[in-house]
Design a protein around this ligand. Structure first.
Ligand code: NDP
Ligand code: 2IT
Length: 446
């Protein structure tokens, strides 16, 4: 595709999906990566694969009405974006966050399609969620909301149709309530969710998978250039699921994690996270649902309200909170302070300006759709175990996760390696795109 064709294509996407800047951003990155590949493969263009890939196969939007603990009626909006089912049933998480819009979920579903393709497992792409804010809500309110949400979603999902999981604001508590209501409505106990509790059909290591997989990917990137994660100083954002288990695995592999954050600010702990501090964060976030500021108070380190951790000197940065949390200026600060590797635990946490800095400066940059694919990969393994009606051991699942992350690294490096430098952005986009495109060609105009 010529540059003029790329910009005409992107202009059409903006026109067809107005006021959805995150979706435009995610599409633009992929289109720039795959344009030369499409130019070299005219059959993709003839079948208009790219045009079809940016058009969701189905979008469901619905009202969610429920009563809070004071009996006040609350109205939220739920969505499920079923993006692409070329290589398997729709698959992707649910996000509960007040900022959720249809545009957010379209960007996430689009990323998910290519990410799932990279995992080597048979999963299509989807994402869903609602503008519901779980913060400050009791367990009972969360249950009522989940039940009301499922009262509509249940008719659109199923083990061979669409298999949701967690994402921001949706963890095992919410999956439990959603699964319970689905089971009640459908009168069927099945593998319709992943991230389930271990006693009721969940997989070992699913909770840990995104964070662990991220560290396996970082280790692969270092290994590729003859280095290792051992003794590296890691600045990490977020303090939720992905951040906690990235920190755990990094620590186990001999690195030092020196920051945490949440949406209110970040803590800087130069002494590094240890098992006791990690246990505190897990309890703080999963059970008490408190703020990361309390870590600074407990362990006597600095707290920076309203700030992100990218000004801290580090060797590795792991954004694990949310989209567009590293700006171009943050990226310049990171590189100036000696950061050699950035791997995205979150989805699209680096702005396009930040990505450009990382690629120009030729540091190791692992984009989310490759680096954080471990979560959905173990979701795929949970689906396999549910189909087999078997449960693999922790060791077995972790071994498979590690092999999958190595394989994803290999796929990225296969497409975009010049003079030893791997452009993982192009590599991940091309490898992910190719498999979905081939499946779409095989299946005709559906
Ligand atoms: P959690 O809800 O467990 O944690 C989210 C963390 O990010 C919290 O610390 C939260 O702070 C912070 N955060 C959320 N929104 C914002 C914001 N707008 N600004 C600043 N901080 C924010 O979510 P996960 O850990 O599951 O997800 C984190 C990221 O990883 C997301 O981008 C998600 O899409 C991605 N991801 C998740 C996977 C999974 O398996 N869970 C798999 C692959 C990617 P606070 O508590 O203040 O809101
Ligand atoms: O962004 C993601 O890959 C996830 N939230 C995990 C999705 C899943 O289906 O496990």
């Amino acid at each position: 595709m010529k540059p003029s064709e790329v910009s005409a294509f992107l202009n059409r996407v903006v026109k067809r999906h107005p006021v959805e800047p995150e979706f435009h951003q995610a599409v633009a990155e992929v289109v720039h990566s795959v344009a030369p590949f499409i130019a070299a493969n005219p059959r993709y263009r003839k079948a208009r694969i790219l045009e079809r890939m940016v058009e969701p196969e189905r979008v469901i939007s619905f009202r969610v009405t429920w009563a809070d603990r004071s009996g006040e009626v609350q109205v939220n909006r739920g969505h499920r974006v079923q993006m692409n089912s070329a290589i398997g049933p729709y698959k992707g998480g649910l996000r509960f966050h007040p900022d959720v819009t249809l545009g957010t979920l379209k960007f996430l579903a689009f990323e998910q399609t290519l990410k799932n393709s990279l995992t080597t497992l048979p999963m299509g792409g989807a994402k869903g969620g609602a503008d519901f804010d779980p913060k400050g809500r009791t367990d009972e309110e969360v249950m009522r909301f989940c039940q009301a949400f499922m009262n509509e979603l249940w008719r659109h999902i199923g083990p061979d149709t669409d298999v949701p999981a967690g994402d921001t604001g949706v963890s095992e508590r919410e999956i439990g309530f959603l699964f319970g209501q689905y089971k009640k409505l459908r009168n069927a106990f099945g593998g319709v969710f992943t991230g389930k509790g271990i006693p009721w059909g969940g997989s070992h290591i699913r909770t840990e998978a995104t964070g662990y997989g991220l560290i396996f990917f970082v280790e692969e990137m270092f290994r590729h250039v003859g280095a290792s994660i051992i003794d590296k100083q890691i600045a990490l954002s977020g303090s939720g699921n992905v951040a906690q288990f990235a920190a755990e695995k990094a620590m186990l592999m001999g690195a030092k994690v020196i920051t945490w954050s949440d949406s209110s600010g970040f803590v800087h702990d130069p002494a590094g996270v240890d098992p006791q501090k990690l246990a505190f964060v897990k309890d703080l976030k999963e059970r008490k649902r408190g703020r990361i500021k309390e870590y600074a108070e407990k362990f006597k380190c600095a707290y920076h309200a309203g700030k992100r951790p990218w000004g801290v000197k580090c060797d590795v940065a792991l954004p694990c909170a949310t989209q567009n949390e590293i700006t171009g200026d943050d990226a310049l600060a990171l590189v100036k302070n000696g950061c050699r590797c950035v791997a995205e635990g979150a989805n699209m946490p680096s702005t396009p300006e930040a990505v450009r800095v990382f690629l120009d400066k030729k540091i190791l940059f692992g984009p989310g759709k490759a680096a954080n694919a471990g979560g959905v990969a173990v979701s795929g393994l949970e689906m396999s175990q549910n189909s087999l009606r078997l449960s693999w051991t922790r060791e077995e699942v972790e071994k498979r996760l590690s092999e999958i992350m190595t394989n994803i690294h290999r796929q990225c490096a296969q497409y975009e390696q010049r003079k030893g430098f791997v452009n993982y952005v192009n590599g991940a986009n091309i490898a992910g795109f190719r498999k979905v495109a081939e499946a779409m060609l095989d299946q005709g105009l559906v």
